[in-house]
Design a protein around this ligand. Structure first.
Ligand SMILES: NC(=O)c1ccc[n+]([C@@H]2O[C@H](COP(=O)([O-])OP(=O)(O)OC[C@H]3O[C@@H](n4cnc5c(N)ncnc54)[C@H](OP(=O)(O)O)[C@@H]3O)[C@@H](O)[C@H]2O)c1
Length: 267
């Protein structure tokens, strides 16, 4: 990971810190890996596919973390290599459920979305928290979604419900481990133009017989519009994650930060 983030940052802020960012080969995860590494952290990451050429995190573990075995593989590789973690960013999530509303979603679709969006972070937290608690310090961040309170029903009922569970779990966990020195927060992105979002834009465009720009507009319209007039960028989410992971956010705990360009219409 040689590319430098777009925003000014302190290149020494995370020196001596060990981090795991799940799903760090694309999208927001890749931007977060890059941001933490550029500020001096030793960063491990995971993906199901092999590490793409040109990326060089301190540690890469190829595993599907929507399974217990995959999480175990990641946890033992990271504990062997790093001995523990100071920062755990649970970024993996998403859905490949079909469109068609409630009737199109089988038990298998529901379970897959719960596994990737809720159980993966729950299992990883369980693997790493004991050592953080022993040391009396650590930071855990969960990447949720605005869909946890602004659910869409065409293809994402299960995804939105799993993210709602994640945000709720994140708050509950914060109450338990905050007094032991661990800070837990979540981030709820709106439409961020990542690899996954670009694929969705192309699918929407193809279905509607329009071009990529038309597909982007249709996606923005389906969210009720984005006040700032554009989707967010992965680097913008990475800035928020870096801030929350840093001592600058020392009294921010049990909170959820929305980063959606003004999409959610309510207070
Ligand atoms: N993009 C948005 O608009 C948006 C909005 C709200 C919330 N979010 C949330 O933000 C997070 C990141 O989304 P993104 O859009 O950046 O995703 P993305 O571009 O699709 O990247 C996902 C990353 O996670 C890895 N990954 C996916 N499933 C995995 C699994 N089961 N085990 C291990 N690695 C896995 C992917 O690599 P492989 O494919 O090789 O496994 C990739 O590195 C997710 O939790 C998503 O729900 C995204």
């Amino acid at each position: 990971m040689t590319a430098v983030p777009d925003f000014p940052f302190d290149p020494k802020e995370f020196i001596g810190k060990r981090a795991l960012v799940t799903g760090g080969t694309k999208g927001m995860g890749q931007a977060i890996v890059r941001r933490l590494s550029a500020a001096g952290a030793k960063v491990a990451t995971t993906a199901r596919s092999p590490l793409p050429e040109g990326q060089a995190p301190a540690l890469f573990v190829q595993a599907d973390i929507s399974t217990a075995q995959g999480v175990n593989r990641v946890a033992s590789a990271v504990l062997d290599a790093f001995g523990g973690l100071d920062i755990l960013i649970n970024n993996v999530g998403g859905s490949s459920a079909p469109s068609g509303g409630f009737a199109a979603l089988s038990d298998e679709h529901w379970q897959a979305d719960i596994n990737a969006n809720l159980l993966a972070p729950v299992r990883l937290d369980r693997a790493f928290l004991p050592r953080m608690i022993e040391r009396g310090q650590g930071v855990v961040i969960h990447i949720s979604s605005i869909q946890r309170r602004l659910p869409l029903y065409e293809a994402t009922l299960a995804y939105a419900a799993a993210k709602a569970g994640l945000s709720n779990y994140s708050k509950g966990l914060s109450k338990e481990v905050g007094p032991k020195g661990i800070r837990v927060n979540s981030i709820a992105p709106g439409f961020i133009e990542t690899t996954a979002a670009t694929a969705l834009i192309r699918r929407i465009a193809a279905e509607a017989g329009t071009d990529e720009e038309g597909g982007r507009k249709l996606l923005m319209d389906s969210l009720g519009g984005i006040s700032i007039g554009r989707p967010g960028r992965p680097e913008e989410v990475a800035e928020l994650a870096a801030f929350l992971a840093s001592p600058r956010a020392a009294s921010i705990h049990g909170a959820e930060y929305t980063i959606d360009g003004g999409t959610v219409p309510t207070v």
